[in-house]
Ligand binder design. Structure first.
Ligand code: UDX
Length: 431
């Protein structure tokens, strides 16, 4: 089966490399020359565990190219993995998808199966099918195949996926997709394969991401009540998780969710429902709670200090979660911006994303490559990401190096007893 994957972001590149891993020949397309040149040198443009090694292992099974005209002509199955960013009004912007569809339509000379991996509002696949087959000599069958990978564990999440969800509207595409994913549904992977309508598949993606975002906002609200009542969210969440109907995962209270999916997908589903005349109240609340949660540390610091002007602040961790260099929708932005508005002096540290952050903030903040120098002589520290380097940091050093050892921890990295022993003034979430 000849497969093309268009878009080499987190989803596209991981999909392409994993399809090669399970035995397919894959053409990986992007319009960004620089990115394709990097990929041709077998260098991975994103920080994602195990990806570079797999790229090297399967270098003979993947072609990296900007030549979409040839690629769309020569391949039978085309995976569309381009972004569906948020529009200003919160709805999903489908322009990149339609641009790719136009190009596929123009340059394909035979029937194609188009697999939409990008997250799209319910009904989009059907619309695309109508759009592509209008006044066309070739037949395009559109398949919905949403992606559930998490950044940082993307390769594992693809090869050992919780499930493969495929929505089709015709027998031929259904058969092709079953064949394509067969290696993953057999040992050693044994991934459950779920076949359904395209609308259901589109809905699974939004419903799953929105549910997880809702779970995080819920536990964050419970954490806020814990703070007011003397309960400890760690004990509460742990005990809740023993109930298998609730489950242990996604009950970690913190500074709020970020990343390329939850903020965008919650708003997209909310606005999609609004257009249908339905007010999605649970998700509206999850979004509002998350906005407030991201400002919790700064609100506390404002209460604790008379003024933040000229206070020297260290920000430890910049990415929206550990294991990735992605800064999209990171709570670090909200907090750095507010600190700068208050004329605080901001030092930042992150083990992998310093250069990316520098490209945005330029000389507005000070950049460091280790924790010692970042916190030196600081008035207080904000922890934004639970990187291992931060979680495992020697607590005594905060006292040794800082002007005043005060930590506002947005990720509950430290044990309360140990913090007390180290003589640090500590504020964390829900404890
Ligand atoms: C998410 C989904 O998990 C994945 O299935 C989907 O395909 C894409 O979106 P990702 O954005 O990579 O993946 O990260 P995830 O691990 O889900 O974390 C998202 C955000 O939620 C992070 O900011 C994280 O810190 C936060 N989070 C997660 C919590 O605050 N508490 C938790 O218990 C879990």
């Amino acid at each position: 089966m000849k497969i093309a994957v268009t878009g080499t972001g987190y989803v596209g590149l991981v999909t392409a490399v994993c399809l090669a891993k399970i035995g397919h020949k894959v053409t990986c397309i992007d319009i960004d020359d620089e990115k394709i040149e990097t990929l041709k040198e077998l260098k991975c443009p994103i920080y994602e565990e195990g990806l570079q090694e797999l790229m090297q292992e399967h270098q003979n099974d993947i072609i990296y190219t900007t030549d979409y005209k040839k690629s769309y002509k020569e391949n039978d199955v085309i995976f569309v993995c381009v972004g569906t960013p948020e529009r200003e009004d919160g709805t999903a912007n489908l322009n990149y998808i339609y641009k790719v569809c136009d190009e596929i339509k123009e340059y394909s000379k035979s029937d194609k199966v188009i697999v939409i991996k990008s997250t799209v509002p319910i009904g989009t696949n059907k619309e695309i099918q109508k759009y592509m087959n209008k006044d066309s000599d070739t037949t395009f069958n559109i398949v919905s195949n949403p992606e559930f990978l998490s950044q940082g564990t993307a390769v594992k999440d693809t090869l050992n996926a919780s499930r493969i969800v495929v929505g089709t509207n015709d027998k031929n595409s259904k058969k092709i997709m079953e064949e394509l994913y067969k290696p993953l549904t057999k040992p050693p992977y044994n991934v459950p394969y779920l076949s359904m309508s395209r609308e259901s598949a589109e809905m699974v993606k939004y419903a799953s991401n929105n549910f997880l975002a809702l779970k995080i906002s819920y536990i964050n609200e419970i954490a806020n009540i814990c703070e007011k009542t003397g309960a400890n969210i760690d004990d509460v969440a742990l005990s809740m998780g023993y109930d298998q109907r609730i489950g242990k995962q996604f009950l970690k209270a913190g500074i709020g969710y970020g990343g390329s999916c939850f903020p965008k997908d919650t708003k997209a589903l909310y606005h999609f429902c609004k257009d249908l005349g339905y007010k999605l109240q649970t998700i509206e609340a999850a979004i509002d709670i998350n906005i407030l949660q991201r400002q919790k540390l700064i609100e506390q610091a404002k209460k604790d200090f008379e003024s933040l002007e000229n206070k020297k602040v260290a920000i430890l961790g910049l990415t929206f979660k550990p294991g990735t260099d992605d800064l999209r929708e990171s709570p670090a932005f909200d907090n750095v911006d507010i600190l700068l508005d208050y004329n605080a002096i901001v030092n930042v540290y992150d083990p992998v994303a310093i250069d990316k952050f520098k490209a945005i903030y330029k000389n507005k903040v000070n950049y460091y490559h280790d924790i010692d120098n970042t916190i030196k002589d600081c008035d207080f520290v904000f922890i934004m990401t639970e990187w291992q380097e931060i979680v495992g940091y020697d607590l005594n050093k905060y006292k040794e190096l800082m002007k005043t050892p005060i930590i506002y921890d947005g990720r509950n990295c430290y044990d309360l007893e140990k913090i007390k022993e180290a003589g640090i003034k500590y504020y964390s979430i829900g404890r």
